[in-house]
Design a protein around this ligand. Structure first.
Ligand SMILES: [Zn+2]
Length: 231
């Protein structure tokens, strides 16, 4: 693959020298990709967020910028958790996609960006054993704190390209999930116990058309049932 090199000083060693087992997808939330590119290499930022970096960023033309080597820990997830993983940065590869995000227009992702992210993830998976279940959004590992990559991110297109998991709309759970939230926690959503937030962030990834639905539905149960059955 061709990367646009952009080495960042913002990285350190992965805890325990582990190899990555997750991929976390973000949007930059910036007006331009250049702004994000500079921010990811800034070792003395003036804002309160501090030093940050992904491993990769995809610009508006599908160009892939490389900031941090995959064997290093980049600083993109912040406070986050998935299953029993609480040092998500040590366990993951972070991919930022340029998009202005919820704070601005939150425009549709550009097809060239999606092609690039699919190629990039396929490439990463030739080097590291990353289960489809662990290809996630920032909002999955920090629900309530982060919204990215957001409900417009086409997880379905990735799944059609063989990346990640998306529930089959025709799937009907062959069992009752009496304790939906217990099952959700078991599946990986361990960051918070706030049920309203959990349902919303689960939907943002897996059932975006139900994002504003108020109550738990059979479709939620079927979707989680599908994910549990297929991992
Ligand atoms: Zn993020």
């Amino acid at each position: 693959m061709n990367f646009i090199p952009c080495p960042s000083p913002n990285s350190d060693e992965r805890a325990g020298g582990q190899s990555p087992s997750m991929i976390i997808i973000h949007y930059t939330g910036t007006l331009t990709s250049e702004e994000a590119r500079l921010r990811f290499c800034d070792d003395a930022p003036s804002d309160s967020i501090g030093r940050i970096s992904p491993h990769y960023m995809i610009d508006g033309y599908g160009g892939i910028h490389k900031f941090v080597d995959e064997d290093r820990r980049a600083w993109h997830a912040g406070r986050a958790s998935w299953g029993d993983i609480t040092d998500v940065n040590s366990a993951s590869i972070g991919i930022e996609i340029w998009n202005t995000g919820h704070e601005y227009d939150f425009e549709e992702f550009i097809p060239l960006q999606i092609d690039a992210v699919i190629d990039l993830i396929k490439d990463i998976r030739t080097r590291h054993n990353i289960p489809h279940k662990n290809i996630l959004g920032h909002s999955d590992v920090a629900p309530g704190r982060k919204l990215d990559p957001g409900e417009k991110f086409p997880w379905k297109k990735l799944a059609e390209a063989g990346i990640g998991l998306m529930p089959d709309a025709n799937y009907s759970a062959s069992f009752e999930i009496d304790d939906f939230y217990g099952a959700l926690k078991q599946y990986g959503y361990t960051y918070t116990n706030d049920q309203e937030i959990l349902l919303k962030e689960f939907r943002r990834h897996f059932l975006p058309h139900l994002l504003n639905e108020k109550y738990l539905t059979n479709a939620d149960i079927d979707a989680l049932g599908f994910l549990i059955q297929n991992t």
